[in-house]
Ligand binder design. Structure first.
Ligand code: FAD
Length: 492
């Protein structure tokens, strides 16, 4: 089949009945649930974009294996040209939602593509795992499946390992093997958009120790598989909020969920890794699933940061405060932070290497630096926006006030900005800013930037330790090795 349209995605959604819990109630029909209405439309638009003649050649390519048109996020990167084709596609997708939807389909397409391109690693342990991931990649690519993922154990008690938790199936693990597959039980988080996706893939960050075998696993199942409970977090919008009042929250809310597996059967052909601590610990370093998705996230994050910075600049300009030196300094810092991310992305893309298996991998240092800097740069952009918007961010009238003819003259005379900025323009800018820097929606978007890729503190610590172990400190060694003589007096 190849690429799907938005309608085909929606039809698939309507044909399923996943067990989704929202606000304490079982959702009868995900498609008809108002809370999901807008995100479904946004995802459908992304599927439609692949058939749009203005974007098709930049978002898709003809698959050599099938002759069908498929998404560029499924492209095996083998050269700089392939990297840039993917980069361009990531950016087009990110711009559709201003980088605010992090788990658009291209993200996990990239993960599975990376796993399939490195199936040699899984084959070292089990030929079936390699065959399964290659087939799963084809299934996703050829049916344009929308995936969610859950790779983290719920927090419960972080001072204990999975085997030490209150129950041995507090965290997701294998209960038993059957002739048909494995039975899995326990929870995983944090599956963004789970309710409106087609399937879920499970794998984990490294960190397994002997004894963790039952938790060392990777597999995929449809979201409506029997025994899978999807418990959504509290919604940030109810599907009826005005786009005038909440231009972002009303459109781009990505619902997150906890997944609880209650004796779910995973067929053997959907098992990619199982009962092997070593393979689970090496999955990230060996298969490129750190770097390739970091490319998608880096491009998306770049668009989101650039958007937030534009909003901060517009807020400052609209009330004339960017005449002040301190405001110019802060905004200058934000503009430079966007340039830093852009430069790191270009470095990552240009300084690629080809692995012995022929995969083009981006410069991991540059990608990891983006991952290290964004959890500070994005919150900083939000902080500057809050500081510049100050009290005005809270003082905006609602759409209902704005539309009321009795109030409108007062609004027009008291909500305007600097010369040339009328009340409507200023209200719209400030409402946009509030969605980003004050609303629960904006706070989730901020928390996403901090944590979507793991704990930034431990990631940076790992980065430093790796640097220390691999770096030769040649500059310091060279000065230390110079002759240690007494200072020679300069002749006058
Ligand atoms: C909005 C959002 C969307 C997300 N979407 C997804 C998704 O779609 N799929 C998915 O799988 N995941 C997703 N994530 C989850 C993300 O992978 C985790 O939040 C992230 O890995 C951090 O784990 P945690 O939240 O369990 O924090 P924890 O690991 O519990 O950390 C909590 C705090 O304790 C400290 N800490 C914990 N353990 C240690 C330790 N061993 N040593 C030192 N310090 C420690 C950390 O530094 C941190 O300050 C999302 C997260 C967010 C916020």
């Amino acid at each position: 089949m190849g690429i799907r349209t938005g309608q085909q995605y929606i039809d698939a959604l309507k044909s399923r009945k996943p067990e989704v819990w929202l606000n304490g109630k079982l959702v009868e029909s995900v498609y008809d649930e108002p809370y999901f209405h807008q995100p479904i439309q946004e995802i459908a638009k992304l599927f439609d974009l692949q058939s749009d003649p203005n974007y098709q050649d930049e978002l898709t390519h003809i698959c050599k294996e099938t002759g069908e048109r498929v998404a560029n996020s499924f492209l095996f990167a083998k050269s700089y040209e392939d990297i840039m084709k993917r980069s361009r596609a990531f950016e087009i997708v990110a711009r559709q939602t201003f980088g605010l939807m992090g788990r658009t389909p291209d993200f996990l397409n990239t993960v599975v593509t990376s796993l399939a391109q490195n199936s040699w690693f899984l084959a070292k342990y089990n030929q079936d795992w390699a065959k399964n991931i290659e087939n799963y990649y084809r299934h996703l690519r050829d049916n344009d499946i929308f995936l969610t993922h859950a790779i983290v154990n719920p927090q419960n008690d972080r001072s204990k390992t999975s085997q030490e938790q209150a129950d041995q199936f507090t965290h997701l693990g294998v209960v038993e093997e059957t002739t048909q597959g494995i039975i899995v039980r326990g929870a995983k988080m944090l599956a963004t958009l789970a309710a409106i996706t087609d399937e879920v893939i499970i794998y984990s960050f490294p960190g397994f120790a002997p004894g963790d075998e039952r938790y060392a696993l990777a597999f995929a199942v449809p979201v409506d598989v029997e025994g899978l409970k999807i418990i959504c977090r509290e919604p940030l919008q109810d599907g009826t909020r005005s786009t005038f009042d909440h231009p972002l929250a009303s459109r781009y809310e990505e619902m997150d969920a906890l997944l609880i597996f209650e004796d779910v059967l995973v067929p053997w052909d959907k098992v990619f890794l199982y009962n092997n601590v070593e393979a689970a610990n090496l999955l990230y370093p060996m298969t490129g699933i750190a770097e390739q998705p970091a490319h998608q996230s880096g491009v998306r994050g770049y668009v989101k940061l650039a958007f937030a910075v534009e909003v901060a600049c517009k807020v400052a300009d609209s009330i004339g405060v960017d005449q002040f030196l301190n405001v110019q300094r802060d905004l200058g810092e934000l503009v430079q932070s966007v340039e830093v991310i852009r430069a790191l992305l270009r470095t990552a893309e240009h300084e690629f290497t080809i692995t012995p298996q022929g995969e083009a991998r981006l410069n991991p240092e540059a990608l990891e630096t983006i991952r290290g800097m964004m959890p500070e740069m994005y919150p900083r952009a939000i902080e500057v926006m809050q500081t510049i918007g100050a009290g005005g961010l809270l003082m905006m009238p609602t759409e209902a006030d704005f539309d009321n003819p009795e109030l409108r003259p007062s609004i027009d005379s008291h909500y305007g900005g600097r010369a040339g900025v009328d009340a409507e323009e200023r209200i719209k800018i400030f409402k946009l800013a509030w969605d980003l820097c004050g609303e629960a929606f904006g706070m989730r978007a901020l928390q996403y930037e901090r944590y979507y890729t793991g704990d930034p503190i431990r990631k940076r610590a790992i980065y430093y330790t790796k640097f220390k172990n691999q770096h030769k400190f040649e500059l310091v060694e060279s000065i230390l090795s110079k002759e240690n003589g007494k200072a020679v007096k300069q002749s006058t």
